[in-house]
Design a protein around this ligand. Structure first.
Ligand code: HAM
Length: 436
């Protein structure tokens, strides 16, 4: 026997029971996005490598060491499995001139790929819901995006009973000039403390010093804590934008903290950045993150226009959500259709299609077996009703209806009354269950 193959490390199958939870989550997310006027967009999973190095930044963890990049052996193109969606979305917006008649609110959902060290909450193929508002310059849209996240947490049942399970951190990264002024001082400061910097920080000192502020290394916390803060370098316009965001959050009564060390791991951000974090998932607690990227569209060759967006990690949100008991029931068919005998089986196909035409979910037993073993499967399926078709029923053009959960007698129903009888039965069952 040849050895069974396994999925790639960090890339997970989503098995049927959890896939139903994913579908429920996706349905909630679609309703929520519609409520804010966002329209769906779907981009390819593979893009030119250059798109990501230009958009995300050469000196970032993602571009330096996490991208699945390869040469297409058929034509020599340099390609990358998308590590995030913003770059692709902006590329699509430019390519199809989507901003020609004004701003756009767009969203996407799907797998992203980063070659990180897998652990709980961190995978190599993971899934995001991404939201991008393009062409809106003011702080109103930043604030709306933050409020909309808070609404989703409520819709999902997080933050129930006054227990704030997801908290909000915000910061402002100012403008390119303000970052340049801060950067010069930050480098000068860090150079004075060269000896205390770890390898990563030394490497980034002259390429991406802002990211050093994000260091999790305990030995560097004191230095990072006392470093010059970007927020102190913001001019009037940036401060006004930041105040504008905060005013809306305050009006809405949404608690937040300003984290001056929040810098994000992608280089395209300016002004507002934000993250929603939970302590319940250990080290990988950021469930949603984003901010403003006013320079990105121009940087990727489009007509200059501002942008603001965020993405949330679906796996992380689902691991919070699955612990709550506010989910819909796992889906079961309405009917399990038991059949035995060659003639009966052919008749059973007609019965099943007829009932599906009427709108019922029918699990047609395939694969034969005794009535007894089929009835066991019917019970296990969760269906409230079994229909039994043997050669007798086929000859009489009828079906035997057998309630599975209620202690009721089985009865034989003529084919032409079947849909109505099944409908009446299911309606009565649902009423009894209190699901109506
Ligand atoms: P990001 O912070 O790289 O931002 O990722 C957003 C979220 O995706 C994270 O907060 C986390 O929940 C989830 N995530 C990231 N990496 C992994 C992983 N390896 N395993 C599981 N979940 C993960 C972006 O991707 C930006 N494109 C967000 C954005 C949109 N900014 C503006 N628009």
């Amino acid at each position: 026997m040849s050895q069974a193959l396994q999925a790639i490390r960090g890339m997970n199958d989503i098995l049927p029971d959890s896939a139903e939870l994913w579908e429920e989550f996706e349905a909630t997310v679609r309703d929520w996005l519609r409520a804010y006027g966002y329209k769906p967009i779907r981009m390819p999973l593979v893009e030119p490598t250059q798109l990501f190095s230009r958009a995300i930044g050469e000196v970032t963890d993602i571009v330096e060491k996490e991208m699945y990049s390869f040469t297409d052996s058929l034509n020599g193109e340099q390609l990358t499995l998308r590590p995030e969606g913003t770059a692709s979305c902006v590329r699509a917006v430019i390519e199809h001139n989507l901003l020609y008649d004004g701003p756009r609110r767009l969203w996407y959902m799907g797998p992203m790929f980063r070659h990180e060290r897998p652990q709980k909450g961190r995978y190599r193929q993971f899934h995001q819901v991404g939201v991008e508002a393009l062409g809106f310059p003011g702080p109103d849209v930043d604030a709306e995006q933050i409020l909309m996240c808070a609404r989703l947490w409520n819709d999902l049942g997080f933050n129930g009973g006054g227990n704030d399970s997801v908290r909000l951190e915000i910061n402002s990264l100012g403008s390119a000039e303000e970052r340049a002024a801060h950067r010069a001082e930050l480098i000068a400061y860090l150079e004075q403390h060269q000896d205390a910097l770890d390898g990563d920080a030394r490497r980034r000192l002259h390429s991406n010093p802002l990211r050093i502020l994000d260091s999790k290394n305990p030995a560097m916390q004191a230095i990072v804590e006392a470093a010059p803060k970007l927020l102190d370098f913001l001019g009037d316009a940036s401060l006004k934008h930041f105040d504008g965001v905060q005013a809306v959050l305050k009006d809405a009564g949404l608690p937040y903290v300003i984290n001056t060390r929040l810098v994000r791991g992608l280089d395209y951000y300016n002004l507002t950045v934000f993250e929603f974090i939970t302590d319940r998932l250990g080290a990988q607690g950021t469930v949603c993150a984003g901010g403003r990227y006013d320079g990105l569209i121009a940087q990727l060759g489009g007509k200059p226009a501002p942008g603001c967006g965020f993405a949330m990690g679906i796996e992380r949100l689902l691991s919070l959500w699955q612990d709550l008991d506010n989910h819909r029931e796992q889906s079961a068919p309405d009917i399990y259709l038991v059949n035995q005998g060659e003639r009966a089986q052919r008749y059973a196909f007609q019965v099943a299609e007829h009932l599906r035409d009427t709108g019922f979910a029918v699990h047609l037993h395939c694969g034969g077996g005794s009535f007894k073993s089929q009835m066991k499967k019917a019970d296990a399926s969760g269906a409230p009703l079994a229909l039994i078709v043997g050669d007798d029923e086929a000859a009489a053009n009828a079906v035997t209806l057998k309630p599975l959960r209620a202690a009721q007698e089985q009865q034989r129903i003529p084919f032409d009354q079947l849909a109505e009888s099944v409908g009446d039965f299911l309606f009565a069952t649902e009423e009894q269950d209190g699901s109506l």
